[in-house]
Write a protein that binds this ligand. Structure first.
Ligand code: ASP
Length: 594
């Protein structure tokens, strides 16, 4: 046996017992010839004391950081005053009788026992060492708990865990597909699933009624902090359900989960808040609002109906909006600070930023000259702005005003610490538009995905104004992140056909890509719906991490590379020949030169 106990489990009750432990040298020091070392494993740390007078334990002296040791010794209470209250095993120590080196270690590229700033590229190259750190161990263990909670919760409610293929065909979630060349059918490609969307719908046609899967999704997108080329969703689908039944299930699942595994976190509201998509965008400027703090957006078009301010007047007349937010306590911002905010607003696409500081001795700011006292009064009444506050105005198209003020709102959140990190503001955003216009390609795209059910009462608008069609899609948001999307699905092939046509798919294309789905819907598809919470983002937020890479054991870097294994990497001549693929890298080279 390598060990009788783990390093984290010994307590005063074990005193007097002879135990065998195995683990890594976390720290080693000499005190008057006696060697003290902290032995570490997943379960914790324990102090080992080795007296060089005992030749069997002498090897402890040579041991260096991260060597793997096996130690047999006697558990004893620490001398009075030497206890460590910060350590679970801090009441005891193990007096070494015998020390074996199971494996020495080279000097490491970084220190494990200090959470110092190691460059991310080095951390990712030596991910297996980075993962030894306490923070990372905790994150991966939390992730495990989240996934196991989900499984137990859904299993006990009759859900079936069903696997779906990775080698499949395109399922459009709005990203680029990863393709896998087929050797047996040269020139043909599988697409890795952007989600199991089609397959879970087909499982409903197959009668499984309640499905879930902890599913890997693959999307070839540009990466950001909360995106990876492959990520994990709790994918779920139910038959004969309406929207609110799905929301209630998922809401209860996460509410119970927080209670059980995140007792230090507080839910902002129970039941969760619900907002329509239109309301979220109007009040917060985006469809994934951080609801832990106020600072809402206000539209001032009515209030400025009689304005003399030329800039505002022109924007209103051209169909734009004047919107504002109030930054609490920022009336004393210096010229330089206001200029910084203006630059920030311009980076978001706004033409400019107007400000009004409500100081004790009157008003200041770029808008002061142009705003009448009664307008200031009305703004205060509408927004609740007080003396000491700074009002930030954007006059622009609705989209630009929302985008800019939403970004300013989050900037001020971080500057003024307006959001409590231990509050979880789960909320539902409902009634999304079904389509959005793609200016670049001059066509309609499905806002969620094309399998989403439009609101029945909006069906006639397919012929008149697709922008006004709402859908039965919903998002779960948390602290400013979209953490799940879902919808009631189309189960009628005629409606599915209409949607495909509107997003510009030609008949042959529909048949080639989704013929199997349209056909399946003709053999008795039950009404169904579902959703897919993103595990990585949720665990990131639960663990207070800034980035999903911190909660994924082996993530890619921002350029989509695995720095540890050095992937992607070239294929051999032989592999390419088998696949009948010839590389033509001229295109890439040209791009690199440009
Ligand atoms: N497949 C969707 C997604 O990945 C989720 C869903 O509609 O269930 O966002």
């Amino acid at each position: 046996m390598y060990r009788t106990h783990t390093c984290g489990e010994l307590r005063p009750a074990h005193a007097g017992q002879t135990v065998t432990l195995a683990g890594w040298v976390h720290r080693q020091r000499d005190h008057g010839g006696i060697t003290f070392l902290d032995l570490r494993d997943r379960y914790g740390l324990v102090q080992i004391v080795a007296d060089p007078a005992n030749p069997q334990a002498a090897k402890a002296q040579d041991a260096r950081s991260e060597w793997v040791l096996q130690v047999t010794g006697v558990v004893r209470l620490r001398p009075e005053g030497a206890e460590n209250p910060n350590l679970a095993t801090g009441q005891i120590e193990v007096e070494a009788l015998q020390v074996e080196v199971l494996n020495p270690a080279k000097p490491l590229p970084f220190i494990i026992n200090k959470d110092e700033d190691t460059e991310e590229a080095v951390r990712l190259k030596y991910r297996y060492l980075d993962l030894r750190r306490e923070r990372m161990q905790n994150n991966i263990i939390l992730r495990h708990k989240v996934v196991q909670f989900i499984r137990e919760y859904l299993n006990s409610r009759g859900f079936l865990d069903i696997e779906t293929p990775l080698l499949f065909k395109t399922t459009p979630e709005g990203a680029r597909d990863y393709l896998v060349p087929s050797r047996l059918q040269p020139g043909m490609f599988y697409a890795l699933p952007q989600s199991p969307q089609q397959l879970k719908q087909l499982l409903m046609v197959a009668g499984f009624d309640k499905y879930y899967q902890i599913a890997r999704c693959l999307r070839d997108e540009d990466l950001r902090g909360d995106r990876q080329p492959e990520f994990t969703q709790l994918d779920l689908e139910m038959s004969f359900v309406q929207r609110d039944e799905i929301l209630a299930l998922v809401e209860d699942l996460f509410t119970q989960m927080v209670k059980e595994i995140l007792p230090h976190k507080r839910l902002l509201a129970s039941p969760w808040l619900r907002l329509s998509h239109a309301e979220a965008v109007e009040r917060y400027g985006n469809d994934k609002p951080d609801l832990r703090f106020g600072m809402e957006l206000y539209t001032l078009n009515n209030l400025f109906a009689q304005t003399d301010f030329q800039v505002f007047r022109a924007v209103i007349e051209s169909g734009g909006v004047i919107k504002c937010i109030v930054a609490p306590g920022c009336a004393d911002y210096t010229r330089k600070q206001v200029d910084e905010l203006t630059t920030f607003a311009k980076e978001q696409g706004a033409k400019g930023l107007a400000t009004l500081a409500l100081t004790a001795d009157g008003m200041k700011g770029t808008a002061q000259k142009f705003i009448k006292p009664e307008e200031v009064q009305a703004i205060q009444t509408l927004t609740g702005a007080n003396t000491g506050d700074l009002v930030l105005f954007i006059a622009d198209s609705r989209a630009v005003a929302n985008k800019t003020l939403s970004a300013l709102r989050l900037l001020m959140r971080d500057r003024l610490n307006l959001a409590d990190p231990n509050t979880l503001a789960f909320a539902w955003v409902l009634d999304f538009p079904m389509f959005e216009y793609n200016e670049e390609d001059k066509k309609w795209d499905a806002a969620h995905h094309p399998f989403t059910m439009p609101k029945m009462e909006d069906l006639p608008k397919f012929e008149t104004d697709p922008s006004q069609i709402l859908s039965d899609a919903y998002d779960m948001v948390l602290n400013g992140y979209e953490t799940a999307s879902g919808s009631i699905r189309i189960h009628r092939s005629d409606i599915q056909q209409k949607v495909f046509e509107l997003i510009g798919l030609k008949e042959e294309e529909i048949q080639a890509k989704f013929g199997h789905l349209i056909e399946a819907f003709q053999y008795g598809a039950p009404p169904h719906g579902g959703m897919a919470p993103g595990i990585d983002r949720l665990v990131m937020l639960f663990a207070d991490e800034p980035n999903i890479r911190e909660v994924i054991a082996f993530p890619k870097n921002q350029a989509g590379r695995d720095l540890m294994a050095d992937a992607p990497s070239p294929a051999s001549e032989r592999q390419l020949r088998d696949l009948q693929i010839k590389l033509d890298l001229r295109l890439t080279e040209k791009k690199d030169e440009a």
